[in-house]
Write a protein that binds this ligand. Structure first.
Ligand SMILES: NC(=O)c1ccc[n+]([C@@H]2O[C@H](COP(=O)([O-])OP(=O)(O)OC[C@H]3O[C@@H](n4cnc5c(N)ncnc54)[C@H](O)[C@@H]3O)[C@@H](O)[C@H]2O)c1
Length: 314
């Protein structure tokens, strides 16, 4: 239900649009925004998201953001919206490789359609764009800061980078106030396991355990990744919305420490089958979160140990 500002809350609330609000991260974000008193509209085509993920207090509008009619459908929705969180995407590395055009439509055309519609709605206070560490691609350094070169090595990474490029252009030339969060591996409930990327390892391990009671690890398992709990990721998005940043500033959002695949496997307490390493697998990738800590005043509150144990006990 969309609403008027609630003066009793510390922060003025208002109406927000969450694209991809039926998905893993989007649905957690919707729940939190509703708890905080915001009126929330969700646009999602349910391609990977699930209707049961959508909070019953949100107004749900189903359509494909990448379609030709998306602009028309967005107009009446955006009329009452103060903030836009853009999460709708097909965030699957292997799928994007095999279906690059379909994913281009969802990931790139979807973002472009949304941005074009925002240009016509000057009252929108901020566009919070959820990007990915996949824009960095291969890196020789262990820890990746926002100043690292952006050189994606997957189709998905290229498409996430294209979203960022469009947003940067629209921020500079059409004055869309914006902020970009580059999430690292987000984990937590409602995560699905179809994507083959390592940031999805928690969900992939859960599926392995359920189906065959044996985990598959590609390579020696000593490759490391960075993980952030979905509650911390959602908190960062809300802090970005409430912050003064509006010129397309980019922030890494991650746990800030390397976790090896072998370390994660120990929490699952079942046998491991090691398979040949994947070609081009990035060996290490940890988020440098100094900028988010210093400027956004955000840092993760849930340690990986606490978060993964909670996730596995749910
Ligand atoms: N999960 C992670 O670890 C992670 C890491 C970095 C960045 N991200 C980014 O976070 C965002 C959300 O990812 P997620 O893990 O929740 O994925 P998800 O697949 O669970 O959610 C994506 C949602 O977008 C919807 N969607 C896809 N294409 C659409 C379209 N054309 N029109 C309308 N809706 C569409 C899907 O139905 C789904 O509900 C994505 O932008 C992703 O790139 C995720």
């Amino acid at each position: 239900m969309l609403m008027k500002n609630n003066p009793s809350t510390k922060f003025r609330t208002g109406n927000v649009l969450v694209t991809g609000g039926a998905g893993f991260i989007g649905s957690h974000l919707v729940d939190e925004l509703i708890k905080l008193g915001y009126g929330v509209a969700v646009v999602d085509d349910l391609s990977t998201g699930k209707i049961e993920n959508i909070n019953s207090k949100a107004k749900f509008i189903k359509f494909d953001l990448g379609s030709k009619l998306a602009g028309e459908k967005l107009q009446p929705i955006l009329k009452n919206i103060d903030h836009v969180f853009h999460l709708a995407a097909i965030p699957r590395i292997q799928y994007c490789l095999e279906h690059s055009n379909t994913c281009h439509s969802a990931n790139v055309n979807g973002a472009l359609n949304l941005l074009n519609s925002c240009v016509k709605n000057k009252h929108i206070k901020k566009f919070i764009h959820i990007s990915s560490c996949m824009v960095y691609g291969a890196s020789d350094v262990l820890t990746v800061s926002e100043d690292n070169p952006v050189k994606p090595k997957t189709i998905y990474g290229v498409q996430k980078h294209m979203q960022e490029l469009y947003l940067d252009l629209f921020t500079r030339y059409f004055n869309i106030p914006s902020v970009v969060l580059r999430y690292f591996g987000v984990y937590g409930t409602k995560r699905h396991s179809e994507s083959g990327s390592y940031p999805n390892v928690t969900a992939a391990f859960s599926r392995d355990k359920r189906i065959k009671n044996k985990l598959t690890i590609y390579g020696d398992g000593e490759q490391s990744r960075d993980f952030v709990h979905v509650f911390d990721a959602v908190r960062a998005a809300i802090m970005a919305m409430r912050s003064g940043f509006c010129k397309g500033e980019v922030f890494n959002i991650g746990g800030g420490e390397p976790i090896t695949i072998n370390q994660i496997a120990t929490y699952y307490k079942c046998p491991i089958e090691y398979k040949k390493a994947r070609v081009d697998d990035v060996r290490h990738c940890t988020a440098d979160i100094t900028k988010a800590k210093k400027l956004l005043k955000w840092q993760p509150k849930i340690s990986f140990e606490k978060g993964i144990k909670g996730y596995l006990n749910e």
